[in-house]
Design a protein around this ligand. Structure first.
Ligand code: GLP
Length: 259
């Protein structure tokens, strides 16, 4: 494993979620006024539950942070239960006292999505940068909604979802035809600008793509492979997801010995 990646392997989904929440909470306590990047998808749901209980039981304070979400479908209204705005409210924000003024999520109703991309990128810059970005990974290696492609999109962009992503995300809708065909997503540079990245990965079905992302070539065909360019990535994976990773630490050790 390369030295920029701090890999933590936990036995199962529950302990992965708990460990990730502890790491996040530490950064939040150190940066109570910081900017934090949130992700949707099923993977971080357990971590969000842990954060809610830390808020209720240990006074973990979210009241001064600014939040940025990676992406949003387009078109979709906020009050549709599958919109990422709605999902974040249900899974985290409304339970930890995060108010409307603290939230940034691309507008799924924007009449001009390209203008919305530009405005969102500007907001990211104006925030002074994200202290910790939470990420999941799609089965095809996407991060946010940056789908495999022949080039990396740097900035927040308007994207067409791949058929495989639509099929995968159909589990959150009543049928695949209801999944919006487009999304607005932070770009690869917008993501790796974060001062730290916390990538969560669970289950045997993600083992191959996690290996490709962390140990394969850096290529836009596997968008998550761009994380290899980031100096401070923490990966919290369960055993099944980590099963194909080469966890040889000798490279790390040899680097340490040289310094
Ligand atoms: C969606 C989101 C991604 C997420 C991915 C994986 O497509 N846009 O941010 O990482 O799904 O989802 P899951 O965690 O459910 O596997």
């Amino acid at each position: 494993m390369h030295p920029n990646v701090n890999l933590i392997v936990e036995p199962d989904y529950a302990s992965m979620s708990k460990r990730a929440a502890e790491i996040f909470a530490q950064v939040l306590r150190e940066n109570p006024n910081g900017a934090f990047g949130f992700a949707t998808g099923g993977t971080p749901e357990g971590m969000y539950k842990e954060l809610i209980s830390m808020h209720n039981n240990d006074d973990l304070d979210f009241s001064e942070i600014t939040t940025f979400n990676l992406d949003e479908y387009h078109p979709i209204a906020r009050d549709i239960s599958q919109s990422y705005y709605y999902v974040m409210q249900e899974n985290l924000f409304r339970h930890v006292g995060i108010s409307e003024e603290q939230i940034n999520i691309p507008d799924g109703t924007a009449p001009d999505p390209l203008e919305e991309c530009h405005a969102y990128e500007q907001k990211l810059w104006d925030s002074g940068g994200i202290d910790m970005q939470i990420l999941g990974i799609g089965h095809n290696g996407h991060i946010g909604f940056n789908e495999p492609s022949d080039s990396f999109a740097a900035n927040t962009n308007y994207t067409i979802l791949k058929e495989s992503t639509i099929e995968n995300n159909a589990r959150f809708f009543s049928k695949a035809e209801e999944v919006p065909r487009h999304a607005i997503t932070m770009g690869i540079r917008s993501i790796i600008m974060a001062r730290s990245i916390l990538l969560l990965c669970s289950g045997a079905a993600k083992a191959e793509i996690l290996r490709d992302a962390l140990q394969g070539p850096i290529t836009p065909l596997v968008p998550a492979s761009a994380l290899q360019l980031h100096p401070n990535v923490i990966v919290v994976a369960d055993k099944e997801a980590a099963s194909l990773l080469n966890q040889d630490t000798s490279y790390k050790e040899s680097q340490k010995n040289q310094s």
